[in-house]
Ligand binder design. Structure first.
Ligand code: DGJ
Length: 748
């Protein structure tokens, strides 16, 4: 691919800036030498100066007359609006001055262009990979408060992504109280190129029902998605999409924004009286304040933006490429992950050394590579009422400790993984008895419990030190290859014993920074560790966590039928390489549904892949299925992790079948998954047009697996890519619900 050498361009007059990616342009400029305006974001254009678009009538120009300044402020397309200046739309930056006033009037000061991209202190951020990147920094200043703001823009040309963030510095002489610092805003037309109003695409859910897609009209006023529970949560993804009406995988304009942050967020769209919209994304201003002393800087989390002219599929591939190349780190970034078996759904809390070993032995015989010991190995934890915080092994369950288990697993060639829930404490724990103030709770008031547990105040360094030391001791005591980091409740009863009363509003953000600090310390101390984040399933599934863990548990709902929809939502925003997906037992523990074993495997192959069942209870037939699934994983996981994802048909849309494919970057091969979800009377064959192939290449199509177990490695046809993508293939009708097939398409 040809990359652009300079992605940041400046107009001759020095008052307009254009940021280019392979297929997009983003243009901002300065109005009357004062205000930074947003002029354009969309398909690539050759113009840098778009000031002709702001041909204001004379009374509207702030330098020609101050008579209508307030009207100007309320109508102008700002790039990053302040507060209290007459702009009655959602502001980006609000600060209380020493006299109690809150106006922030941001005026243009200057710019810099640098090569490369600096990390953000204490926060996750995208980074440059092999190709160089350029960063544009624009300085704004409020002369009255002394607040100085730098807007950062970095282009990732090959992914069509622009990363944005801000730094806010107090250059005045007294303390300022920041009340909101959004990471990015954008004022833009409310209609697409065909004059049709953009619609809002979001993902909502709850426990066991994550990633549910919704597209709705954008009405006048403010609408959007938020979290104020202290983590991103499963109710709303922080993602915002602005899409053309009837957007499809291939057609329609799409703006996608994601927030690299794991705490409270606000992702908003505001439609004004003329139909234009202001998009904003950042830390939710509720439960947020930050005291900024003279000389101090506040760093906002990062937002990543992408634009696609070619529907949702292109947006997904842009985000997938960005996260795989420029966000996910560590040893397993580009590597196949060990196939694991997790004992949670197999045993819950009811296990001991011998039970785990018998699971591991049979798993090993089937080709599984790692045993993950989930909740219940520590303290006195035989149910969920006790022991969180006491990270020492329960020798009654595991005599000889983790060390003995790990030695015995190593001897049989199996790796060991372990579950932790570091941010939590049980009131019935040695930790809580010794340090009740470590929990987030208001002195003198009873804090709300959830799953009978409280949240530890990881904004405090001494709490993080305790946690790091206890986890480190366990990890050093044995050969532990993997950690599942869980987080199973919201924050409430906000008070930190580590903060003075004037700074209590900082707790939520400091909590998130504390989680990041702990995970960073863990990864620095154990660089080979494979970390999987989890939060009651996917309640903290966000790009911020992906900076620390290359995979995240997608949902506690392991029913393959449910997973088709949940994973379809997750695949729209995140690469398949990071979606935690396991085969579990039927009837499924969450839904009671039964799905054929091979279909369960085929659905889980579109993720990290593993098992979550008591293998000692399985029939020989099911164990044979596991061996075959393990073989499929080893054959196709490189392609699944690294390829380009194409959704071909969606069960959520058609009610009967689902179909998606992964094409290798060199277009030499494709793995096609067909899921015959619901039987249809008078079952028709399915007509499937492949996507993403090279039109001129010739391919052979093989059936490699079918849930019915009938045919294997049958050649279906041989044809050019253009034929397969236009005339398509026919998938013969299948009998019964939840059947599935895998096809491999190879260049001849
Ligand atoms: C919630 C997780 O999502 C589950 O996978 C499991 O680890 C339990 N917690 C254990 O308590």
């Amino acid at each position: 691919m040809n990359y652009i050498v300079h992605s940041v361009l400046v107009s001759d007059g020095g008052d307009s800036f254009r940021i280019d990616t392979a297929n997009t342009s983003y243009v901002i400029g300065i109005q009357d030498g004062l205000y930074l305006g947003h002029f354009y974001y969309g398909a690539k254009i050759p113009e840098t100066d778009l000031s002709y678009k702001t041909a204001f009538a004379p009374p509207m120009s702030p330098v020609k007359t101050s008579r209508e300044l307030c009207v100007f402020m309320d109508c102008y397309n700002f790039e990053y609006p302040g507060w209290g200046t007459g702009d009655s739309r959602e502001g980006a930056l609000k600060a209380i001055d020493s006299n109690g006033t809150s106006r922030v009037n941001l005026l243009y000061k200057g710019y810099r262009i640098s090569s490369g991209k600096e990390p953000i202190p204490g926060l996750p951020s995208t980074f440059a990979a092999e190709d160089p990147v350029e960063t544009l920094e624009i300085d704004l200043q409020d002369p009255d408060t002394g607040l100085s703001v730098t807007l950062f823009y970095t282009a990732f040309p090959e992914c069509d992504v622009i990363a944005r963030r801000v730094e806010v510095k107090n250059e005045g002489g007294h303390d300022l109280d920041l009340q909101r610092v959004l990471s990015a805003t954008m004022d833009m037309p409310g209609v697409d190129r065909q004059g049709r109003p953009f619609e809002l695409l979001t993902y909502h859910g709850t426990w066991a029902r994550e990633f549910t897609k919704e597209i709705r009209p954008i009405g006048f006023g403010r609408t959007g998605v938020v979290s104020i529970c202290g983590k991103t949560g499963n109710r709303m993804q922080s993602f915002l999409g602005l899409v053309s009406p009837a957007v499809s995988q291939e057609q329609g304009q799409v703006y996608g924004l994601q927030f690299l942050y794991s705490g409270n967020f606000s992702s908003m769209v505001e439609k004004g009286p003329n139909g234009d919209i202001r998009v904003s994304m950042g830390i939710h201003p509720e439960e947020f304040s930050w005291k900024l002393c003279p000389g101090e800087t506040f760093h906002s989390p990062e937002v990543v933006l992408t634009y696609s002219d070619a529907g949702l599929g292109k947006m997904s591939r842009n985000f997938h490429d960005l996260y795989r190349a420029h966000l996910i780190r560590g040893k397993y970034k580009d590597k196949k992950r060990p196939i694991l078996i997790n004992n949670w759904e197999a045993t819950y809390f009811d296990f001991d050394h011998d039970k785990l070993l018998s699971i591991a032995k049979q798993a090993k015989e089937c080709g599984i590579e790692m045993l993950v010991v989930d909740d219940g190995w520590f303290g006195k934890r035989n149910d969920d009422n006790t022991s969180l915080g006491d990270w020492t092994v329960n020798e009654e369950k595991l005599p000889g400790g983790i060390r003995r288990l790990s030695d015995e697993l190593s001897a049989m060639g199996m790796k060991l993984g372990l579950w932790f829930e570091p941010e939590m404490v049980s009131p019935d724990s040695d930790l809580f008895r010794a340090h009740p103030d470590y929990a987030i709770a208001i002195p003198g008031r009873e804090p709300a419990r959830s799953r009978n547990q409280l949240v530890l105040d990881v904004s405090r360094k001494e709490v993080r030190d305790y946690l790091f030391d206890s986890i480190r001791k366990v990890l050093e005591s044995a050969d532990i290859a993997y950690v599942k980091w869980d987080m199973n409740r919201h924050l409430s009863d906000l008070y930190s014993a580590g903060l003075p009363s004037g700074r209590q509003g900082e707790l939520m953000h400091r909590f998130t920074l504390g989680v990041y600090d702990l995970q960073e310390r863990l990864l620095s101390a154990f660089p080979d560790l494979l970390l999987e984040n989890c939060s009651s399933g996917g309640a903290r599934f966000d790009p911020g966590m992906l900076y620390y863990s290359p995979q995240i548990w997608t949902s506690d709902d392991t029913d393959a039928y449910e997973r088709i929809r949940i994973q379809a939502g997750a695949q729209t925003l995140y690469p398949l390489s990071c979606l935690g997906a396991h085969v579990s037992i039927c009837p499924n523990h969450v839904t009671g549904r039964t799905v054929p074993f091979m279909t369960r495997g085929i659905v889980a192959l579109a993720g990290t892949f593993g098992y979550e069942l008591d293998i000692t209870q399985l029939s020989e037939e099911d164990k044979a299925h596991i061996r075959r699934q393990v073989e499929l994983f080893h054959t196709y996981n490189d392609l699944i992790r690294n390829g380009d994802f194409y959704r071909i048909a969606s069960f959520a849309d058609n009610g009967f079948y689902d179909c998606y494919g992964v094409v290798s970057k060199d277009k030499k091969e494709m793995l096609l998954t067909f899921l015959h979800v619901m039987n249809q009377p008078c079952m028709p064959n399915r007509h499937i047009c492949l996507k993403g192939l090279a039109p001129e290449k010739r391919y052979r199509v093989f059936l490699v697996e079918e849930s019915s177990g009938k045919e294997k490695k049958d050649i279906v046809c041989e044809a050019f890519g253009s034929t397969l993508m236009n005339a398509g293939i026919v998938i013969p009708c299948m009998y019964g619900d939840f059947q599935s097939a895998l096809y491999h398409i190879e260049e001849v």
